[in-house]
Design a protein around this ligand. Structure first.
Ligand SMILES: Cc1cc2nc3c(=O)[nH]c(=O)nc-3n(C[C@H](O)[C@H](O)[C@H](O)COP(=O)(O)OP(=O)(O)OC[C@H]3O[C@@H](n4cnc5c(N)ncnc54)[C@H](O)[C@@H]3O)c2cc1C
Length: 395
């Protein structure tokens, strides 16, 4: 093969489709025998994610216009926009569509097959039928957040992933276009919990926490405090990479999607970022295999392109997360109080973009009359950062 993609999740399917469209003889290997749920994904993405993945609107269940944040003390902030800011998708139908599109583009798909990769482009394919070997001029590792391929090549991120639990519950959300996010040490220390309307009478409720915190008792507490009388229909745990890998290419190898940690640090969402990177990965892998430049230097084009596309937002997200994570409940409550200004909330609701949070800051720079609301928040974050780290105040 010109290109072998290991991992037929959404990102591997897109990478394989793009490689085939660019003229590469492409094999896609997926461990699961069929695409079925439950899948550890809330399916909340920006509207632009759907065309970025090259998908149709078939899998869209809901349009989201509002997000309500809940502070530990119980106060809330509502951001409501006129425009659609997000969509909730049926992840299974999205994956099925992306795999079908890959096959239509000429990709050979092997389901129920585990791929193990050796250096030098050799893959061992293990299925119920036995073992066989396949050679790929370039291998794309799209094997998710526990990537065995990244580990094998010594490319795994040293930062441990976030731990998540998500349940699907039977509940009718009061507002069908609103997502709820809950902060606080009691529910989700170091990240947040969420409740997202999905299919009719279904809500996806979950939480993520840093490694070292057990999410199990927290989800029980979240469910009993917020959905005491709802039936739990399914429950799934999963990992979210907390940082990108330092290098995503090696000789004859490209990592993409969760395997490369291409995830938005503030939300854990990886479908938009991974999808964008997968189109680059497929094209570069095909070009390299057809031109014979499959060594690491030849594949660096991929590394440079994806970092140019999402690197600055990821850096912004990591810096913001590092500033927000140390906030204790009192700090979070104070930030909520400082944000509670109708003009500021309207501005955030209108300008906010879940894929490009840094745009909010650049837009704020041009609205000096809002600075007096925002500067105290930076002060609170700095105070708490100093209290924890003993560092000097920011100038
Ligand atoms: C609880 C939770 C909620 C989330 N919610 C959102 C959200 O709302 N919006 C969003 O954008 N993102 C969300 N994410 C993140 C999103 O799910 C991931 O970023 C996305 O699934 C990454 O896709 P992927 O194809 O890289 O990896 P995966 O989806 O993990 O797919 C990897 C595939 O590789 C296969 N595989 C692994 N190893 C092998 C092997 N050796 N051989 C063959 N096949 C193999 C696996 O079976 C799997 O199908 C969420 C994640 C979690 C855990």
């Amino acid at each position: 093969y010109d290109v072998i993609v290991i991992g037929g999740g959404p990102i591997g399917a897109v990478a394989a489709r793009e490689a085939a469209k660019a003229g590469a003889r492409t094999l896609l290997v997926e461990r699961r025998k069929e695409v079925k749920g439950p899948i550890a994904c809330t399916g909340l993405v920006s509207p632009r994610t759907i065309p970025t993945l090259g998908a149709s609107s078939e899998s869209i269940l809901r349009e989201i216009r509002a997000v309500e944040g809940h502070a530990p003390v119980g106060s809330t902030l509502l951001l409501r926009a006129d425009q659609v800011k997000g969509v909730v998708i049926d992840r299974i139908s999205l994956e099925a569509e992306l795999l079908a599109a890959a096959e239509s583009a000429g990709v050979e798909l092997l389901l129920g097959t585990e791929g193990r990769v050796e250096k030098g482009g050799v893959a061992t394919l293990i299925s119920d039928q036995g073992e066989e070997r396949a050679n790929g001029k370039v291998i794309i590792g799209a094997d998710g957040p526990r990537s065995g391929i990244a580990a094998k090549f010594g490319l795994s991120s040293s930062a441990p992933p976030l731990l998540t639990i998500q349940v699907e519950i039977e509940a009718t959300p009061k507002e069908k276009d609103k997502v709820d996010i809950y902060f606080g040490r009691e529910l989700a220390p170091g990240f947040f919990a969420w409740a997202v309307p999905a299919e009719p009478d279904r809500v996806r409720a979950g939480l993520a926490v840093p490694a070292g915190t057990n999410p199990q008792p927290l989800i029980e507490r979240f469910l009993s405090s917020h959905f005491p009388s709802s039936d739990v229909l399914s429950r799934v745990s999963g990992l979210i990479p907390s940082r990108p890998v330092s290098r995503s290419v090696a000789d004859r190898l490209i990592l993409v999607g969760d395997a490369a940690g291409q995830v938005k640090p503030l939300t854990g969402g990886g479908l938009y970022t991974g999808g964008l990177c997968a189109t680059i990965a497929g094209r570069v892998a095909a070009g390299a295999s057809l031109s014979g430049r499959t060594d690491m230097a030849g594949l660096m084009e991929y590394e440079a392109e994806w970092r140019a596309a999402i690197g600055s937002e990821i850096r912004f997200g990591l810096a913001s997360r590092d500033a927000l994570t140390p906030l204790d409940d009192e700090g979070i409550n104070t930030v909520f109080l400082a944000l509670d200004d109708p003009e500021l909330l309207r501005f955030i609701a209108k300008t906010g973009d879940i894929d490009r949070p840094s745009l909010l800051i650049s837009a704020l720079i041009h609205r000096p009359w809002l600075w007096e609301r925002v500067l105290p928040i930076i002060g609170i974050m700095d105070e708490q950062r100093r209290a924890r780290t003993g560092l000097e105040p920011l100038g």
